[in-house]
Design a protein around this ligand. Sequence first.
Ligand code: GLY
Ligand code: MN
Ligand code: MN
Length: 442
Amino acid sequence: MNHAHQVYRARRDAILQTMRGKSGGGLALLPTAPEVPRNRDSLYPFRHDSYFYYLSGFPEPEAVIALVAGPDGDRQLLFCREKDDEREIWDGFRYGPDAAREIFGFDEAHPISALKAKLPEIASDRPALFTPLGLFADWDRQVADLLNEVRGRARTGVSAPEEVVDIRAALDAMRLVKDSHEIGLMRRACAISSDAHRRAMAAARPGALEYEVEAELAHEFLTSGAQALAYSSIVASGPNACVLHYRDNNRQMQSGDLLLIDAGCEYQGYASDITRTFPVNGAFTGPQKAIYDLVLAAQLACIDAVSPGMPFHDYHRTAERVLAQGFIDLGLCEGSLDAVLESGSYKQFYMHRAGHWLGMDVHDAGLYQQRGESVRLTPGMVLTVEPGAYIRPAANVPERFWNIGVRIEDDVLVTPAGVENLTAAAPKSVADVEAACRALRA
Ligand code: GLY
Ligand code: MN
Ligand code: MN
């Protein structure tokens, strides 16, 4: 067991403790994600389930963690695929139970084919079953079958768990605050994605296709050791920058366009999520710069606001205030700041939230609000800060602003002292962005 795997074992210990505290013990079962067919015998690339991986670091499909908090102590079990010379010729390496137990720090490991036969005994006489509920339909059926199977053995003197708890609530709370192992991986994910944005600025030019820039991003991600994209890259030029979840990435870019890129890699199971907006020809026009400077001011004000103790929702309010005042100053909204905030007229140009938790999932686990109260930030939380302005053509909008879409998104870590920007290496000031764009033509 190496150092990283001690981290996973410690997380499993913490869950076992939670089970004892909540229900006096019990059984936790966590499956990884199912493999998903793409067509015929082709599968989508396998992506582990984040909860499963958080507790194991085990990368293979067809695996289940079982944690037993019993009267005679704790036991940590893994069910996984067996070694199989024939299958390994076709599909590649598998750990097999023996190596998996040793390397990933479990007490026992068994073939996944033995799961159905072994579980009823493991689940007997446990006060509670902790498992994800409603996450995978097939798993829900297996859980129901298991409970019925144990119940069916009542005459042999055993009882089934009376309580079934969705284990995700406890895991969400743990995942919300990142430990140093996670922060190290997120730093790397953010560094790779920052380089990719710099590369994109250098690569974009009038006449090129959006997907050519998308390919540059993917190139940087994969050659830097990232395993996947954290989400589909948005490469949106000209009017497409005003489409929040633009996906086509197939327009030919024109001189005078802005290019909005929202793209981030996944590195060893951790996401990064960066947006930058820059001029395709390397120089902002006056109206583009006016909107860009406004969004940048809002984004910097939001980052400044992030600190331990701050209610999560506060920085969204900061974004709304700065943007709304800017829209008034530019003649895009009418009335006083209070009136514009009250009426929501600014939402014509800014209609999304200022950010979200970031971690294993791009929109990561964790509550934002509890019993009506915003969650307060604590050191170790990672969130995105991503205000934007999207000016679609409309009768009430001066034509010089039409089709300008700007979003600026960084990933920030809450620290005891305040905040650390994990994506500060991606060019952001007007001068830095224009310089990064010129690098391409050199
Ligand atoms: N890329 C997804 C988001 O920014 O939330
Ligand atoms: Mn985001
Ligand atoms: Mn994003």
